[in-house]
Design a protein around this ligand. Structure first.
Ligand code: HAM
Length: 428
């Protein structure tokens, strides 16, 4: 019989990896809460049209990468390839945009891309969206918030903020015309894909990895020359706010992003530690999307971070989540196990801050200690025959060089209080 395997590009996240994921997610939750952002959860499936209209009909995502299917009622549905469209839909549908709003979401997204390191077909994003504020202080807050997250993760040193302004739709329209006119003079020197994009989505040519096209692009016009005064003022004020907060960045006038809904500010956080898939987070302003979805005109800005890429980065830097287990409970035989189980239950009730794993299924002390070691526990709690008979219990250090001790019931409680306190302090 053939064995089932996960779908290509869709990975299991195994128990040994989840502590790192949980740490990543918890850090984000803490930072977001500290900035006044609240969580929103939207469905994974939406109408295909929702994504096509917002992300753009001629983008890679919509043209080639969506998981689209007809439901039993012949409606075209798609697995969400990103979270902004769904969030805007939900905010408009539920009438939440009367006041400014700050929200975030976490979950799987789906894109039929060629899988490689840091690129999957099911991947996870934490996204952040802010509605109602047109001024660049909102853009700055989002960027400072992301930096806080990187700092808490310990990865801020290896990330670079790339920033650009792509202006208003008029500016982009004029810039596109100028770019196309320029590239048409160099048709022979650019790659096939870029030639095709000249008529479909010329701005994406700026992303081409082809060496010949890159050379041609060096002489291409820059979007910064097409910005109107309002966009320039927005861009300059953002730069000022960031500099004032010592957030350094590099201007990248080729940065246009792969989704059509942006205007003015766009940005990406990139790293040189991950090879080709170097962007861990991207976003920008999208002042027109709410209105496009039938809401009243509401400015907005946001970003999304790719969690798989952040996990890879944490692994490259050998940053680890704290061990989860505090105590691993072992017992000599069936009689001591029944005592140990009742006692473990009491410890879990009395010391909720401790993580306690009890060894089940019996086995020699040797094999139980092997398990204790593998669990990453800091201490083993040993219920041996003699100890149980005299109302004692032994604690043995598994990680530190503390001493093995045999404790009375009240000494055990003191020990557990101290351990719980230490465990809570290390989480803060
Ligand atoms: P995006 O640039 O398409 O933007 O995706 C954001 C991040 O998701 C990327 O920087 C990358 O880290 C991660 N990502 C994208 N595709 C994959 C993949 N196939 N495998 C692994 N990671 C991936 C958006 O999705 C916008 N909705 C961001 C936004 C929010 N803009 C405004 N608000």
């Amino acid at each position: 019989m053939s064995q089932y395997r996960a779908i290509r590009g869709m990975a299991d996240i195994l128990p040994e990896e989840t502590p790192l994921w949980q740490m990543l997610e918890q850090t984000a939750r803490d930072v977001l809460m500290a900035h006044g952002y609240r969580e929103i959860r939207t469905p994974i499936v939406e109408s295909t049209d929702l994504f096509a209209r917002s992300i753009g009909e001629v983008t890679d995502i919509v043209e080639k990468e969506m998981y689209t299917f007809l439901d039993r009622n012949n409606e075209s549905l798609s697995l969400r390839p990103e979270g902004t469209a769904s969030t805007v839909r939900a905010m408009v549908q539920n009438g939440l945009l009367n006041a400014s709003q700050r929200v975030w979401y976490l979950g799987p997204m789906f894109r039929y891309e060629r899988p490689q390191k840091g690129r999957q077909r099911q991947f996870h994003q934490i996204g952040v969206e802010a509605f109602g504020i047109p001024s660049p202080d909102q853009d700055a807050e989002l960027l400072l918030l992301s930096r806080q997250w990187w700092r808490r993760l310990g990865i801020d040193d290896v990330l670079t903020l790339e920033l650009n302004s792509i202006g208003s739709s008029d500016a982009r329209h004029n810039y596109k015309a100028a770019l196309v006119a320029y590239l048409q003079q160099h048709l022979d020197a650019i790659d096939d894909d870029s030639r095709r994009r000249l008529t479909t989505n010329p701005l994406r040519i700026l992303d081409s990895k082809d060496a010949g096209t890159q050379t041609v692009l060096e002489g291409a016009p820059s979007i910064s020359d097409f910005l109107d005064d309002q966009s320039k003022a927005h861009r300059d004020r953002l730069a000022e706010l960031l500099s004032r907060a010592s957030l350094s960045f590099v201007w990248n006038d080729r940065l246009v992003r792969g989704l059509d809904y942006y205007n003015d500010t766009v940005f990406e956080w990139t790293t040189d530690q991950l090879g080709a898939q170097s962007t861990v987070c991207g976003g920008g302003r999208y002042d027109g999307l709410v209105q496009q979805f039938g809401g009243k005109a509401t400015p907005a800005a946001g970003f999304a971070a790719g969690l798989e890429r952040l996990i890879l980065l944490l692994q490259v830097l050998e940053l680890q989540a704290d061990e989860l287990t505090d105590l691993y409970v072992v017992s000599a035989d069936e009689t001591t196990l029944s005592h140990a189980m009742a006692e473990t239950d009491r410890i879990r009730a009395d010391y909720p801050g401790l993580s306690v794993t009890q060894h089940l299924g019996g086995g020699s002390f040797k094999s139980q200690f092997k398990r204790a070691d593998k669990s990453g526990a800091k201490w083993a709690l040993i219920f041996g025959d003699d100890e149980v008979a005299s109302g004692l219990v032994t604690v043995k250090p598994m990680r530190s060089d503390g001493e093995q001790q045999t404790l009375t019931a009240s000494e055990l409680n003191k020990f557990l209080s101290r351990l719980e306190q230490a465990s809570e302090e290390s989480e803060d």
